[in-house]
Design a protein around this ligand. Structure first.
Ligand code: NZQ
Ligand code: ZN
Length: 386
């Protein structure tokens, strides 16, 4: 096991009506809030109204930045920074899924920088300070509610890039599973795949001696498989939503990557695809993941894939390679059970752009730790996924 430093910064307030305690949480840090949210779901399902009443009752003043798009854009970040500066806001409250939370994080550090916020993403500027952030999560998927990552898209350059820093970890996150009842079936499926992919990305790493981390990841994978399809048929089932919500946070809050690296190739590749085609992150992952697996299994010894097959899908047999191949088929079947497509061409991607996306995915050099991939490798994976 590798050495590590770990601090779970975010206070998690999990359960129904936990929003009632939000004023006390915010007041620990501020009295002037930038409220960030998406294109309207929180108004339709009543969360906005409930929150605004609480803020007003507690004399917490706020300005709003709404309309944050899925795959949030750097232009929204710039808007948020300007609002914070003009109104001297000192706290950011993100109400939504990963896109809203990621936008809030980029605003939080952008406020303190004289440079354009995109410079953080192209490694021309360093994060040194950030406003505190709070979250009300409305969609289980990214884990952004309990980590320090932010992924932002730039329409001008057709890039989607990430930053990460401990000071971007939310101070608190309200996780009320009932807030996710209104998430559509498709979006719920994308969320399940994103959680699952985060587990795979950390599971497949080159280090030995990660028994504990791997067993933790496997139990979270089983949770996704157990509840993934169920939640599509019973979207208002509190227990199903609760299991997935907690899985979302546990899967990418840093715990599982303690003592090991992670691979993250599939994420780099997917970000390149959604940077150009603006498809949902989980949808891109559902398509690319099995083809990444097939490409990598061919090049590696199959022990880890066999562990995956035996421990997650209860596959039996002596032949590791056969178990590994079967595990990939089981993964495909799981994504199919969520109603997701399996080809890039089915989601509007054009064959002629695969080379461009392979270059974008490897903009900063080779990707992956379990299996290092260069631009040609990524192109081959995209070609088979097409
Ligand atoms: O905009 P509104 O109207 O709110 O609708 C959203 C949006 O259309 C809707 N939604 C959210 N909560 C809802 C709801 N609809 C009904 N009821 C609710 N309760 O869902 C749609 C998608 O929202 P989005 O925030 O884009 O989804 P997600 O949470 O999957 O976030 C995806 C973004 O996060 C990035 C992805 O790349 C993508 O940009 N990621 C962030 C990570 C991180 N910060 O750690 C890691 C991930 O790997 C990922 O890269
Ligand atoms: Zn992801």
């Amino acid at each position: 096991m590798l050495d590590f430093d770990y601090q779970a910064e975010t206070r998690i307030l999990f359960g129904k009506d936990k929003i009632k305690g939000i004023a006390g949480e915010i007041k620990k840090y501020s009295a002037r809030v930038l409220l960030v949210y998406g294109k309207g779901s929180i108004k339709t399902n009543g969360i906005h109204q409930e929150l605004v009443s609480i803020l007003n009752e507690n004399k917490i003043s706020f300005n709003e930045l709404s309309g944050i798009e899925p795959n949030p854009k750097i232009s929204s970040v710039r808007q948020g920074i300007a609002l914070c500066r003009v109104h001297e806001l000192d706290f950011i409250l993100a109400v939504g899924g990963g896109s809203v939370i990621d936008c809030a994080k980029a605003i939080a550090c952008g406020v303190y920088s004289e440079k354009d916020p995109w410079d953080f993403f192209i490694k021309k500027s360093e994060i040194i300070k950030a406003l505190p952030i709070g979250v009300i999560l409305t969609l289980s998927a990214t884990g952004s509610e309990s980590n320090g990552f932010s992924v932002i898209s730039n329409k001008d350059t057709e890039e989607k890039l990430g930053i990460g820093h401990d000071i971007l970890k939310p101070k608190f996150s309200i996780l009320d599973p009932s807030y996710t009842f209104t998430v559509s079936s498709k979006q719920s499926a994308y969320g399940v795949v994103d959680i699952y992919s985060h587990l795979l990305e950390q599971y497949f790493s080159p280090e030995k001696g990660t028994f504990l981390q791997d067993r933790l990841a496997e139990s979270l994978m089983k949770t996704c498989i157990h509840y993934g399809a169920k939640v599509l048929t019973k979207p208002n089932n509190y227990e199903f939503r609760a299991q997935l919500m907690w899985a979302s946070s546990l899967s990418l809050n840093g715990l599982l990557s303690c003592g090991k690296t992670g691979d993250w190739s599939t994420h780099f590749i997917e970000h390149a695809v959604s940077a150009v085609y603006d498809i949902a992150h989980g949808l891109g992952l559902a398509i690319i993941t099995p083809y990444w697996m097939e490409y990598v299994l061919g090049a590696k010894d199959s022990g880890k894939f066999a562990d995956y097959g035996r421990n997650v899908f209860s596959l039996q047999g002596q032949d590791d390679a056969a178990i590994g191949r079967d595990a990939i088929e089981q993964t495909k079947a799981f994504f199919k059970s969520l109603g997701l497509p399996s080809r890039l061409k089915d989601v509007g991607v054009e064959e002629g752009s695969l080379g461009q996306m392979a270059k974008k995915a490897t903009k900063f050099g080779s990707i992956g730790s379990y299996s290092k991939l260069d631009t040609n490798d990524v192109y081959e994976i995209l070609k088979t996924a097409y």
